[in-house]
Design a binder for this molecule. Structure first.
Ligand code: DGL
Length: 248
């Protein structure tokens, strides 16, 4: 069974990409809403949260894991997950970016992800990129902000970053696809960026290749705190699916 891990509902965007490719995979998902957002936490805390999240997934029967949270990618690569069969967000997208060699990108992510330097390390020199942390965006998305509020947060960060030209934007936080339209529009207006790279696609592609995807298509969601926003997103993303949501 494949486990997915995130601070909350962001990992659902990765799960949606995975289900498109592997509808029969059996899934257990852990969203640590009680401790969300992760993006402004210290590296040490993220190690602890990664360890306990992965433990929950193992106890629930996950033998392979997609860590669908960029903010814990460094912890995962340092070995805190305790899993051998694990895919995190940054390596697959770094490989996918080779198709855009020579391009210029703006990576937007949580402060924890930018601070960890994990994308600089993964991407190397294949594309040129700059990083912009947007502290308020993941919590706004997690706790159900209106589109207008999200647009305001994005616009303000882009304006503070200043007018530059990029070929594209990399969504370095799995929550951001929920604000994709707003990001896309502001990125075009401000930076002339026309490409939006969602790492979920490369991660899902790798999971489909490496993990066991032949099951019954069951989905079990475990959340550390109840959330109507989370429940609504699951309902909207997987209208045809049968699943359970358990509050731990
Ligand atoms: N979705 C996560 C990420 O990709 C965490 C966001 C947060 O909890 O701040 O970084």
């Amino acid at each position: 069974m494949i486990g997915l891990f995130d601070s909350g509902s962001g990992g659902l965007t990765v799960l949606a990409a995975l289900r498109k490719r592997a509808p029969n995979a059996d899934i257990v998902y852990f969203g640590d809403i009680q401790n969300a957002p992760y993006g402004e936490r210290e590296a040490k805390e993220l190690v602890r949260l990664t360890e306990s999240g992965m433990k929950r997934l193992s106890e629930a029967g996950a033998s392979e894991v997609v860590s669908a949270c960029n903010s814990v990618s460094l912890s995962v690569l340092m070995g805190s997950a305790g899993h051998e069969r694990i895919i995190e967000m940054t390596r697959p997208v770094a490989r996918a970016l080779r198709a855009h060699a020579g391009g210029t990108f703006l990576l937007i992510a949580t402060p924890a992800t930018v601070r960890s330097g994990i994308y600089r390390d993964a991407i190397g020199v294949s594309v040129r990129f700059e990083e912009l942390p947007i502290p308020e965006l993941a919590p706004a998305i997690e706790f159900g902000a209106e589109k207008g509020e999200m647009r305001g947060i994005i616009k303000k960060s882009f304006l503070e970053h200043g007018k530059k030209n990029y070929d594209g934007i990399i969504l370095g936080c799995t929550h951001y696809p929920f604000a994709r339209e707003e990001i896309e529009k502001e990125a075009r207006d401000m930076f002339g960026a026309t490409l939006v790279i969602d790492p979920a696609e490369a991660v899902a592609e790798e999971a489909t290749r490496r993990f066991s995807i032949e099951g019954k298509g069951t989905m079990r969601f475990l959340i550390s705190k109840d959330s109507e926003v989370f429940r609504t997103r699951v309902r909207e993303l997987f209208p045809e699916a049968r699943y359970t949501i358990e509050v731990l």
